[in-house]
Write a protein that binds this ligand. Sequence first.
Ligand SMILES: [Ca+2]
Length: 390
Amino acid sequence: MKIVGENMGKIARILVAAVLLSGMPAPSSAQTRTVNTEKGPVLLSVVARGLAQPWGMDVFPNGAIVLTEKPGRLRILDQEGNLSAPLGGVPPVADVGQGGLLDVTVDPAFASNRLIWLAYSEPASDGTNSTAVARARLSADGTTLEEVTVVFRQLPRYPGRLHFGARVAFAGDGTLFVTLGERFRDPWREQAQDLCSHLGKVVRLQPDGTAPGDNPFIGRDDALPELWSYGHRNVQGAAIHPETGKLWISEHGPRGGDELNVLEPGGNYGWPLVSHGVEYSGQPVGRGRRSAPGLEDPVSTWTPAIAPGGIAFYRSGAFPGWQGNLLVSGLGARAILRLELEGEAVVHEERLIADEGRRIRDVAVGPDGVIYALTDDEQDGSVLRLTPGG
Ligand SMILES: [Ca+2]
């Protein structure tokens, strides 16, 4: 059967709708094919589709996936490939520009507390918005969020459409990191260097939203206690290194100059004083410097931009050749970047599934070592699965 272009999308949507309405599992086996990588063939499957701008996902202990759709929906994809109806109880989001329902993170103690965490752009009554983080308990039947509690709000608010961040990552000590954008425009973005503003920061919180007593700026009256690092532009990827416990982040640069950073407490990561990229106008950023004393240099940069979304460390025997790698989802790169590391240095890069040509917003690893990726499409976003074999 040869069906091309727009018709294929329409027919696919009708099929997906029919499958969803019938409640039957998605026919994933029919959409599995072999793709080649440097370390051998892998099986690529489409396990869900028809999603509206899926943005973030995480994996439950049983291997099911929870995922966001940017307009404000949260769904669960079970291990058999059944995609749930939108869950109830999701807080209102500002679905404007890059804003909406962004990240979702399963609590490390989900098996006992059923908590999940959401990061989203929160609308305010005066027309402004900002990134907020809420925690909620998943109802016993898995259909609704209960006891939704906002634990963090980025300040100041701004009536903008760009650069919200926003990932949530738990450290091994039970604290959580939240990445926050600098809201893009002058003069707001200058606040990335202002320790009394949440713009362009990574914050570290206790689960109740308060600042841990060992945060780097605790006790200073010229800095917010929740800050962990500053001088960031728009951080959409965050993952804890499984051995060192340090937070690694991916950060959108301007025109070129996307960054991978390893965060030190209290570190200044330079935006908008230094950058490996240039302004969208082509003008230099600041004085055109890439580095300066007192500012932390990135571990790696990409020019032209890859537009990095979520990141995940790979630690599983399922793909033995990828053990210890960092996976980076590339929107602009239209690939999953597989980075081989030596300590904090990137020594090799492979672009996985680049032939698919799909903008990849997030990547996650299941308990069995299976890799999942979200494709960023307005109406036909999908969940991809990579498994060994072929
Ligand atoms: Ca930087």
